[in-house]
Ligand binder design. Structure first.
Ligand SMILES: [Fe+2]
Length: 403
């Protein structure tokens, strides 16, 4: 994030002596993006953050991807696979791929136990909390998160996920970029402040309020790397930061704090953009008042997004554009690829107009969309839950003809 935060103890001047009560020095670390030419933070450790005692290779499981061949619309239900043994017990080693390409990987996880310490050295991660609650412990401090939160973890931030007790199990939709994920540039001033037309702003972001210390030596950290992922063993626990300041840090914000923009007629998908990453965007389609032109059609028109594969995760509500014949339910994911125009299912437009006629004035549905500019390929969490007839669900045979 481009705006400055300060938590805990930091010295008055950067890169100067900063002493512990016993007279020894705190150990300064700079985390900086884009060759120290972009956002950065300075962290002050009790111990040097450099003291490795062991290195082991790590091969993350099940990262294979298959192309969408022949290219066609798809419908996946990874949540149906929970309990089948596909997902591991924690949010790091137990995540399984839904989709991905050279720019981004999209995982589903259903963790029940604390993850190991983890750094993604390939890029930022934005995790959408599908259900349940969790505590995310990081080197910057702790984030308490719950259903509906986006959790942004900058690349190489040491952290771990701890599921918390609650009415619903913890489920996570993880978007892991090879590069940085940021608020869309169109929402920001030249100096990085959210502008008035932005659908969310600094006040909506939750940042660790205090530092978080943990004891321990010989601590393993799983490091996902572009090549040569590894388990690095450190002599001291990485959670030994007494203070930090800067513009690079993890944060969370709720999809309920994303304020929709409503017009006389249907607003286009970029209105709902929430993040941008390298060759992909993320959008939050949130509940909103109906469009107010007296003849407005309140569901999307047929459209060909000619440069993007569109993954839509149907999180909550009615999903009015999909209609009864689609098979889409809560926690379904559709992928609508380039080369094909998609739109409402049969009867969806008429059904929406009937609702307007009956006095309904609110669209109560929430979905998260990830559009990739390169073709999406699919992982085991998608392929094992594939709904193979989805591509035919727009087709309604004429009465009396063969199906
Ligand atoms: Fe679309």
């Amino acid at each position: 994030m481009p705006y400055y935060r300060r938590v805990g103890q930091v010295p008055k001047k950067r890169h100067t002596t900063f002493r512990q009560p016993d007279g020894g020095l705190f150990h300064e670390e700079m985390m900086g993006a884009e060759g120290f030419s972009s956002d950065c933070s300075l962290l002050y450790h009790l111990h040097p953050p450099t003291t490795l005692t062991d290195v082991q290779s790590w091969e993350p499981e099940a990262l294979a991807l298959e192309p969408n061949a022949p290219a066609r619309p798809r419908h996946f239900r990874p949540s149906d696979l929970e309990g089948d043994g596909l997902f591991g017990e924690d949010a790091v080693l137990g995540r399984r791929l839904v989709a991905g390409n050279d720019d981004v990987e999209i995982f589903w996880a259903a963790p029940t136990t604390t993850s190991p310490l983890y750094r993604n050295a390939m890029g930022d991660e934005v995790t959408f909390v599908v259900s349940g609650r969790a505590r995310v412990e990081t080197v910057f401090g702790v984030l308490e998160v719950e259903r509906g939160d986006y959790v942004h973890i900058p690349t190489t931030t040491t952290h771990r996920w701890i599921p918390l007790e609650g009415d619903d199990p913890l489920r996570l939709l993880i978007t892991a970029a090879r590069g940085h994920i940021t608020p869309p540039a169109k929402y920001l001033s030249k100096r990085g402040q959210f502008l008035e037309h932005a659908p969310y702003c600094e006040r909506d972001l939750r940042v660790p309020a205090t530092t978080f210390l943990a004891d321990g030596g010989e601590v393993d950290v799983y490091v996902r790397h572009r090549e040569g992922s590894a388990v690095l063993t450190f002599a001291h626990h990485p959670f030994d930061v007494v203070g930090w300041d800067g513009c690079l840090y993890p944060y969370a914000f709720s999809i309920h704090d994303f304020e929709p923009v409503v017009g006389a007629i249907l607003q286009p998908p970029p209105t709902y953009q929430t993040f941008q990453g390298p060759n992909f965007v993320m959008c939050s389609f949130v509940p909103h008042m109906l469009e107010f032109h007296p003849e407005a059609i309140p569901v999307p028109y047929n459209h060909g997004n000619v440069d993007s594969d569109e993954l839509m995760f149907y999180w909550n509500g009615n999903f009015s554009s999909r209609g009864k014949t689609s098979g889409i339910q809560q926690y379904s994911m559709s992928v609508h690829p380039t080369g094909w125009s998609h739109g409402p299912h049969p009867g969806a437009v008429e059904g929406a107009l009937d609702l307007v006629e009956s006095g309904v004035s609110f669209v109560d549905e929430t979905a998260v969309m990830i559009d990739t500019f390169k073709p999406m390929r699919f992982g085991c969490a998608a392929l094992d839950s594939d709904q193979p007839d989805y591509y035919r669900t727009w087709f309604q045979p004429v009465s009396g003809s063969a199906a």
